[in-house]
Ligand binder design. Structure first.
Ligand SMILES: Cc1ncc(COP(=O)(O)O)c(C=O)c1O
Length: 444
């Protein structure tokens, strides 16, 4: 009998099993958003699962600019940038971003994901090599897999590992070192200066994804590259509008000739409709406000420090975060789901992250903070976390005790290095997991 392509869909049970056990944490429907609070299932929840770092997604001026753009240009551009889909708001936004980031030129993409995929696949050729930090975002990893270049992962934030891999490449291959500026799960900042030095030594170009660093770190929120004062040395900067700028879309910034090349070679730009007018208009306004109101980032950092200290003093492990992304290590996937569900019931909206989004056996509740969280919100969040850790026995769980201790390079974590021998995930203590760690409902 012919194999039915849909059989795997019929066999798929992970999400329904999780629902049946009462801890399915994804696709929660939000009925209303009021700044840092959302209404779900008729109840208000404090949102600590959003990347709206500066609170600009709900800013009245941004909303008004998005409405004006819609009135002027319509609900959509109904075409690609290359053809009929370039409006004056796109070019104004590109110019404003280039000026803000002190770069020659900028090119907008319809999502941040597309910006990575489009740039990485267009910029490399057969015989080239992309050296990729293992904790880079999925859009970089997928972008690398679309690219004709060979993908060579290196250990997270490790200049030794990067250097080792650079050493093994031939001088003839074009080389690109790619890293997140702020890593989306661990919240740590790229150790850019030594990695840049190594890249330069081997003639490699450097590409930094500023998705979580734009608006958050660096002078005036210009991102990780500016934070280290290395704007003149890093070749390509990628960014998104879906975090601090409160909307959606992405961009690549760099040398004018490179941008000109991407404009005519990046398939994710050429073969998709351009950013909707509302998005371009809203982001332009958000970028302006971000520069005029530095107090937003100051407040974000006050909140961030409060939460780093607060979680640590409650006894939680928060890894090596240096940013408003605060991963709360739980260990077992089942317990991370259970914790998240109880948070929701107690009025706190957060989401869990499990392997392969994080290391195997190191499931987290991923939390992130905004400029407009009040002290009362944050005190309530800390109180609920403390209460649930006691109620659920989080700190007594052997899987929790094992977190944060593993050697990063022995894990099959997001990316396999074909040159490494051990690729099997280590088995971790699961005695108190009720066998539920079998669930893998996170996207692969
Ligand atoms: C580091 C990083 N890069 C790229 C992206 C993709 O951006 P977008 O959601 O705007 O498509 C994300 C999204 O979370 C991200 O965290």
């Amino acid at each position: 009998m012919a194999r039915d392509l849909y059989q795997k869909c019929r066999d798929y049970r992970d999400s329904s099993d999780a629902r049946a056990q009462g801890f399915y944490p994804y696709f929660r429907c939000i009925d209303e958003t009021h700044g840092n609070h959302v209404v779900c299932e008729g109840e208000s929840k404090i949102m600590i699962g959003s990347n709206n770092y500066l609170g600009l997604a709900q800013d009245e001026r941004v909303i008004e600019a998005a409405c004006d753009a819609t009135r002027k240009f319509g609900a959509g551009c109904t075409g690609s940038r290359l053809l009929n889909g370039t409006i004056q708001l796109h070019t104004r936004l590109e110019e404003a971003l280039a000026e803000f980031l002190q770069r020659d030129a900028v090119l907008l993409f319809s999502t941040g994901f597309f910006a990575n995929q489009g740039a990485l696949s267009a910029l490399t050729e057969e015989g080239d090599v992309i050296l990729c930090d293992r904790e880079n975002h999925a859009s970089i990893i997928d972008g690398c897999q679309f690219a004709p270049a060979k993908l060579v992962p290196y250990r997270h934030n490790s200049v030794e590992s990067l250097r080792n891999r650079l050493k093994r490449q031939t001088p003839e291959s074009g080389k690109l070192v790619v890293m997140d500026g702020v890593f989306s799960m661990s919240g740590d900042i790229a150790d850019l200066p030594p990695q840049l030095e190594a890249a330069q030594e081997y003639g490699a170009r450097v590409y930094v994804d500023e998705a979580h660093s734009l608006g958050v770190i660096g002078p005036k929120g210009r991102g990780a590259v500016h934070h280290f004062g290395l704007n003149d040395d890093v070749d390509i900067v990628m960014g998104t509008f879906s975090k601090s700028l409160g909307s959606m879309g992405g961009f690549i910034a760099g040398d004018a000739q490179m941008i000109e090349y991407l404009k005519h070679r990046a398939r994710c730009l050429i073969f998709t409709a351009s950013l909707a007018p509302a998005v371009a208009g809203g982001v332009l306004k958000a970028l302006e406000i971000m520069q005029q109101e530095p107090e937003r980032a100051e407040h974000l950092w006050r909140n961030t420090r409060k939460m780093h200290e607060g979680f640590k003093s409650l006894g939680f492990k928060i890894g090596s975060t240096q940013s408003p992304i605060v991963p709360i290590l739980i260990g077992s996937e089942a317990r991370a789901f259970q914790f998240t569900q109880r948070l929701f019931e107690e009025g706190v909206f957060a989401t869990p992250a499990i392997y392969p989004a994080v290391r195997y056996g190191e499931a987290i509740v991923r939390t992130s903070y905004m400029a407009d969280h009040t002290d009362d919100d944050l005190d309530k969040v800390l109180e609920v976390f403390g209460k649930l850790a006691r109620e659920l026995g989080t700190f007594d769980d052997p899987a929790y005790a094992a977190t944060g201790k593993r050697k990063a390079n022995v894990f099959d974590f997001r990316l396999k290095d074909p040159t490494e021998e051990s690729q099997q995930p280590e088995v971790v203590a699961t005695s108190s997991n009720n066998g539920s760690d079998e669930h893998s409902i996170a996207p692969r």
